[in-house]
Write a protein that binds this ligand. Structure first.
Ligand code: ADE
Ligand code: ZN
Length: 289
């Protein structure tokens, strides 16, 4: 706790805790309003596999409908940053989830930037990654890229590509990511989480990724680990997330240590602290064992 930290891979939508989910389900009187926090944790925030996790993620996102909902989550993150001694964070926000539901993803971003820029006074710097979801397609990615460019001077630093890496090909997003790089934004790509090292190669070669979300499967490909090392491409490793989604079921043999010893810039992250009920300090403790 005494170490000042950075967290580089943290989804805003994945920061919904059982308590926040309970409050939102009562606010919107959804089917889940009958569940107390223990039941939310045991029945909904408990995953058979990665796809079961994505299903819960979708349900959680259906409960985020207006700026106030997102600000409730951001409020929780503010206390999380203080408690975890986090001084720098890159938060991943996905406007296309709202757009696809006919809602306004831009006004939510405006509200979040206003709130996050206030943290500067407390010595906490927040930057934003606007995520495109792999299974959603290029149409939504273009809209996300344009929004990122509009707010690039106000705290948005990159666009990202999360979601199901076994769905659409990287090629679908090649033009959008080239456009984004021309607009001095960075490219953050989830790859090599549940699929193989080839996904990491494509993130680098097709999308020009500057940093990889997860990337643990790179451990199987020595040419790739050499490349990541030589080009100082960072991997955002998320030990608990990998265990909870089944991407790498046992923390003690997660390749974090191997990748670190090879000289790749690896970082520790929670991914979705609300949905996995994990903190960054706990991730550091787990890595230290
Ligand atoms: N969105 C939130 N968490 C994710 C993960 N672990 N993989 C892909 N997309 C995500
Ligand atoms: Zn992620």
């Amino acid at each position: 706790k005494s170490i000042p930290k950075a967290e580089l891979h943290l989804h805003l939508e994945g920061s919904v805790t059982p308590a926040i989910f309970g409050a939102l389900s009562r606010k919107y009187d959804t089917d889940y309003a009958v569940l107390n926090e223990e039941k939310i944790q045991a029945q909904l925030f408990n995953y058979r596999d990665f796809y079961d996790f994505l299903n819960t993620y979708r349900i959680v996102c259906e409960h985020l409908r207006e700026p106030l909902d997102y600000l409730m989550v951001f409020d929780w993150l503010e206390s999380y940053f203080a408690e975890q001694n986090i001084r720098y964070a890159e938060i991943i926000y996905t406007p296309s989830i709202l757009w696809r539901a006919g809602k306004d993803g831009r006004e939510v971003l405006v509200a979040l930037l206003k709130q996050s820029n206030k943290l500067n006074d407390q010595g906490i710097t927040i930057r934003w990654i606007l995520d495109c979801v792999r299974q959603f397609g290029a149409q939504w990615a273009w809209r996300t890229a344009e929004l990122a460019a509009e707010f690039s001077k106000q705290g948005v630093v990159a666009i990202g590509l999360g979601g199901d890496e076994k769905s659409l090909s990287m090629g679908e997003y090649q033009e959008v990511f080239a456009w984004v790089r021309d607009h001095q934004l960075h490219a953050h790509v989830h790859a090599g989480e549940i699929s193989d090292a080839q996904q990491v190669w494509e993130a680098l070669q097709v999308l020009g990724a500057n940093r990889i979300g997860h990337g643990i499967q790179a451990a199987w490909d020595p040419n790739l680990t050499d490349y990541l090392c030589q080009h100082a491409i960072g991997l955002d490793v998320c030990l608990t997330s990998n265990a909870r989604t089944g991407a790498w079921p046992t923390i003690s043999d997660n390749p974090f240590d191997l990748l670190h010893r090879k000289g790749i810039p690896v970082t520790l992250n929670t991914d979705d602290p609300g949905l996995f009920q994990v903190s960054l300090n706990e991730e550091f403790q787990k890595a230290a064992v």
